[in-house]
Design a protein around this ligand. Structure first.
Ligand SMILES: Cc1cc2nc3c(=O)[nH]c(=O)nc-3n(C[C@H](O)[C@H](O)[C@H](O)COP(=O)(O)OP(=O)(O)OC[C@H]3O[C@@H](n4cnc5c(N)ncnc54)[C@H](O)[C@@H]3O)c2cc1C
Length: 459
């Protein structure tokens, strides 16, 4: 008999699971309320990285004069100013997100997955209700995602006080911007708008930006951002955000305040797990309302799995997708490896980018893992010099005895691409010597990864 799978939520956690389940012969229905692709495609990853594509171009233009490129106006006089048409940028962002969502809908349709549009809820562990429809299921996957956290003292108005989902309705650049929150999302928007030419103040409650990332990487980023003119207010906790006409005021708990034309709130996420019948169906919710799952995505209710941001395991599209696939491999009896967070590679899309994989320097410093660490600045790399890249580094970590690579960090342009060889080394348990012996192109940034691996060679 064909297994019936019902998936609540059409983001990466949900639609990737749907594709696996369909491939394995299940009868699959995806219930989604806000657009296939989920927040990842409609409001979060895809839009923000599309905006950042424009900001990257602006950052590169910044270094044009050093590489001998001058701009001139229509009369041939020297010109230094280039500007961004935010209405066009945001129209492109929305078009790309809509296209990507349509591509996913097309792919699901092609694979025979049924899509039901609407807000669904569980009615016990084997039934999902959407409007008048009741869907019986042998297995349910909950992949409902998360929403931006908001505070009553800083209510977004969608015009000048904005969550990250609302920024794409802007048609003109802010004259001044305050970003509240210096985690990954806050740092990415602050870096992007700075590159677009907006004066930015970043309010950070911690003593440095990106408190969860590699400390050396965060230090480089903060140094670059302040050098480019950003004001970083560290150890500054936001008390309230209010608007009076065109002016937004961000008050801090120490009595100071900052004024700007706009404010973006990046205060973290809350899971969309309330009011959808989870606890009533035996699905345990842990701290903050996240669904409790094990490493094969099982919840506490038999036959109910969960994946992605609603589980709070690691809020990345790639992890959501893997949790969803694992759930289906497990339920449908295919070969399955439990989720291994030590192999996840991730990237902060600031300028410079920060990419990491495997174990962290923090874990090494805390004595949780024994590893040799080498950190190589990029400014010694021939390609970096040619491209006028001054900031960044490659860091590699390997086990002292075996030389097996256990982690790495890359800070620099396109670090998201450069981390891949390190990610392969970590997942395949390659040694630093093996990584060093593979040819790299000369000149190339990846040469620094091989060089760092050579420096880890022990006789
Ligand atoms: C600004 C920003 C940028 C990001 N950039 C990146 C990045 O570059 N790379 C990366 O890996 N991650 C990134 N992330 C994280 C990434 O967006 C999330 O980890 C990812 O979206 C999680 O996928 P998901 O499937 O769990 O949930 P979502 O993508 O949120 O999808 C859940 C879907 O379920 C729907 N839904 C919710 N409740 C119901 C219901 N009751 N019935 C029916 N449907 C429902 C929602 O409307 C939504 O469509 C970013 C996050 C933010 C905030």
């Amino acid at each position: 008999m064909t297994d019936k799978v019902v998936i609540l939520g059409g983001g990466p956690g949900g639609y990737e699971a749907a594709l696996v389940a369909a491939q394995l012969g299940a009868d699959v229905t995806v219930v989604d309320s806000d657009g296939l692709g989920g927040s990842a495609v409609v409001t979060d990853c895809v839009p923000s990285k599309t905006l950042i594509a424009t900001s990257e171009l602006m950052s590169e233009m910044d270094g044009a004069a050093e590489l001998g490129v001058n701009f001139h106006d229509h009369e041939g006089d020297a010109a230094t100013g280039i500007s961004v048409d935010l209405a066009r940028v945001n129209a492109r962002v929305k078009r790309l997100a809509a296209d990507q969502s349509a591509d996913i809908a097309h792919r699901l349709d092609k694979e025979g997955v049924r899509v039901v549009t609407g807000r669904g809820h569980l009615d016990g562990p084997s039934r999902v209700v959407v409007g008048d429809d009741t869907l019986e299921a042998d297995a349910i996957l909950v992949a409902t995602g998360a929403a931006p956290r908001t505070l009553s003292s800083a209510e977004p108005d969608g015009e000048r006080i904005l969550t990250w989902e609302q920024v794409y309705d802007l048609t003109e650049l802010p004259t001044e911007l305050v970003v509240v929150g210096s985690g990954v999302t806050g740092a990415e928007f602050a870096s992007a708008y700075l590159a677009l030419g907006v004066p930015v103040t970043l309010v950070s409650s911690r003593d440095r930006v990106l408190p969860g990332e590699d400390a050396d990487a965060a230090e480089v980023l903060e140094e670059v951002l302040t050098r480019r003119g950003m004001t970083v207010l560290s150890k500054s906790r936001m008390e309230s955000v209010t608007r009076d006409g065109d002016v937004v005021t961000v008050r801090l708990t120490d009595g100071r305040s900052v004024q700007a034309s706009h404010c973006i709130l990046a205060l973290g996420s809350v899971p969309k797990t309330g009011g959808i019948g989870l606890e009533e169906s035996g699905v345990e919710l842990g701290d903050g309302g996240f669904v409790t799952v094990d490493r094969v995505s099982r919840t506490t209710a038999r036959g109910v799995y969960a994946a992605g941001d609603c589980t709070g395991v690691l809020m990345l599209a790639s992890v959501a997708a893997m949790q969803g696939r694992i759930a289906m491999w497990h339920f449908l009896g295919d070969a399955v490896q439990p989720l291994d967070l030590k192999q996840v590679s991730s990237n902060v899309f600031t300028a410079p980018e920060i990419a990491t994989v495997g174990c962290s320097q923090q874990a090494v410093d805390a004595g949780d893992i024994v590893a040799d660490v080498v950190m190589l600045p990029l400014d010694g790399n021939a390609r970096a010099k040619m491209q006028n890249v001054q900031d960044g580094f490659v860091k590699l970590m390997c086990r002292p005895g075996t030389g097996i690579v256990v982690g790495g960090v890359v800070v620099g342009p396109r670090a998201s691409e450069l981390i891949h060889p390190v990610s392969i080394a970590v997942s395949q348990r390659l040694t630093a010597d093996q990584l060093a012996h593979a040819f790299t192109v000369y000149p190339s940034m990846s040469g620094s990864i091989a060089e760092a691996a050579r420096r880890l060679h022990r006789v």
